[in-house]
Design a protein around this ligand. Structure first.
Ligand SMILES: [Zn+2]
Length: 548
């Protein structure tokens, strides 16, 4: 499972912090979709639309007051956001306080008088603190370590955000700054092969495009011309298509139904006198691309798959691999070796994962420990049947609506659904309490087969999706000798990982609990449901809010 792909390590962005005393936060202008977000222009409300009544700058530089002396309506300012991406989440951060006029009008104590609206509809009502005039960030005093998120999902390229005061009571509101930014807590963790996607990779896309070429050699000519049958053997009949479907993607393949002769004999690419791993992969990948000939460009996410003739011998231990390519807009290719006919569709899918930038997840070091417990194809192509939730999310197959990000102290009872479910929460993400390059993920483990089941000498599954829950971390940059994704085992990793005992040791079932002394959250797997587990996540202190 060799991969020859250059990965770019991205630098890490800082954690968002907000300023003192209602002053502008230091990164107010970074990624802020609002103009004049600190009310610092000549007129504090420049670039803002005033609604209803007498919004004033009131001589107070860097703030805007929402005040309406007649109380007939709610004073508001609004601004239309443009170039939004439909389907993307945005968050609103506002530094504000009650105005001095509240007590004059008999309004004091905690009052929920400040509303954040999108397109005229209230999405969040905020409450002053008991002192009424102390600065707040969203729903928390400015001194708090975290604040509640105010988010909305864009359904069009423009939406109007409005800040409305005196809601339900005649207490005015002062706004120090506002920020609207794309929500980045669900962005990918920074750095490494599990991090943000980069231009060095191809986009997975909801439809995976495979351009399939059958190659043979003058010294090892083809035997069968039943290309459909050869492809069925490689993809395990409809199993590969079904696996992609469970993961939220479709696979589209075009079979070039003729044997293309490689320009050199097999013994040139796979010399029998040298170490098997020293095969001439550079010649092979260059010549393999040329087999496609000239013609129009392919879609940008196309992967070329070079399939060898069945039964060709002499490959020693050369394994199938993924490589860079540059031919008719194709930038990734997979070279399959003849043993692929004896393997599951998972070999091809593992290489497809490499094409999308994923690194290996099988053991990285000695002593041998297998730390993804057969739950991901990048870890093992014998037992696993698909990609973990994190990979699916990273490839763009996983809907953001199905992810719940938790960061605030509290107890959360969650009806966790299988990864293959299309509705409800099926993945929970928490930020590590101390490392901003590390995430924790809770999800339900997918199907796992045993070696006997894989070989067809036994039926059933080692794990059926819904039997077991898994908890894993994603950590970049990589820890030395470790892979970027590792299960947090309930008990331990067992040396022989393709067994129910090993799965039981790393996974969680009904009635079992995850708790670690140095981790400020625990997970109780309460009851098995028809399509997952009901779980309780208890967070004992606020966790960091941003991922990257
Ligand atoms: Zn590999």
């Amino acid at each position: 499972m060799k991969t020859i792909i250059t990965l770019i390590v991205l630098s890490l962005a800082g954690i968002y912090s907000y300023g003192q005393n209602g002053a502008d936060p230091s990164d107010l202008t970074t990624n802020n979709l609002l103009r004049n977000p600190g009310f610092n222009e000549n007129l504090c409300n420049e670039n803002w639309q005033i609604e209803t009544c007498d919004v004033t700058c009131n001589g107070d530089a860097g703030t805007v007051w929402l005040n309406h002396s007649n109380r007939a309506g709610d004073p508001a300012i609004k601004q239309t956001l443009s170039n939004l991406i439909p389907g993307t989440y945005y968050e609103v951060i506002v530094g504000w306080r009650g105005g001095d006029h509240g007590p004059i009008h008999g309004v004091s104590g905690a009052r929920n008088i400040f509303s954040v609206d999108i397109d005229g509809k209230e999405i969040k009502r905020l409450t002053t603190n008991a002192n009424y005039t102390d600065w707040m960030v969203n729903d928390q005093p400015e001194s708090a370590s975290a604040y509640g998120q105010i988010t909305f999902k864009a359904t069009a390229t423009t939406h109007t955000v409005r800040f409305r005061g005196e809601v339900g009571a005649d207490g005015d509101v002062v706004i120090g700054y506002v920020k609207v930014q794309e929500v980045d807590y669900l962005k990918l963790i920074g750095g490494g092969p599990e991090g943000p996607r980069s231009n060095s990779e191809i986009d997975a896309g909801k439809t995976v495009n495979l351009e399939v070429v059958f190659a043979d050699w003058s010294d090892a000519p083809c035997s069968s011309t039943n290309f459909e049958q050869l492809w069925r053997e490689i993809t395990s009949n409809s199993e590969m298509i079904n696996s992609f479907a469970r993961q939220g993607a479709t696979v589209n393949f075009n079979l070039n139904k003729s044997w293309k002769r490689m320009p050199h004999p097999m013994t040139h690419y796979f010399p029998t006198t040298t170490d098997a791993q020293n095969w001439k992969w550079d010649d092979y990948t260059r010549d393999g691309q040329q087999l496609l000939g000239a013609g129009a460009n392919f879609p940008a996410n196309t992967i070329l798959v070079v399939v060898p003739n069945k039964g060709a011998a002499g490959f020693k231990s050369v394994g199938s691999g993924a490589h860079g390519a540059s031919h008719r807009n194709i930038r990734r290719m997979i070279t399959l070796m003849p043993q692929v006919y004896n393997e599951h569709y998972t070999t091809l899918m593992h290489e497809i994962g490499h094409c999308f930038g994923s690194g290996e997840l099988y053991p990285a070091s000695s002593p041998y420990t297998h730390e993804v417990g057969c739950y991901d194809l990048m870890g093992d192509v014998v037992y696993a049947t698909g990609f973990m939730g994190w990979h699916r999310y990273r490839y763009g197959w996983f809907n953001q609506e199905n992810i719940q990000f938790l960061h605030q102290k509290g107890e959360y009872t969650i009806d966790l659904k299988k990864l293959s479910a299309t509705e409800g929460t099926s993945m929970i993400i928490l930020q590590d309490p101390t490392k901003k390059t590390k995430l924790w993920v809770i999800e339900i483990g997918q199907d796992v087969v045993s070696r006997e089941q894989f070989n067809g000498t036994a039926t059933g599954k080692l794990n059926s999706e819904g039997d077991r829950l898994i908890i894993y971390t994603i950590e970049n940059p990589l820890v030395a000798g470790k892979r970027a994704i590792r299960l947090v085992p309930r008990v331990n990793f067992l040396p022989r990982h393709g067994t129910t005992e090993a799965l039981d040791a790393v996974s969680y079932k009904e009635g079992q609990k995850f708790e670690k002394r140095d981790i400020p959250f625990q997970v109780d797997v309460k009851t098995k449901t028809r399509d997952g587990f009901q779980i309780k996540v208890s967070i004992t202190k606020n966790l960091p809010f941003k991922i990257n």
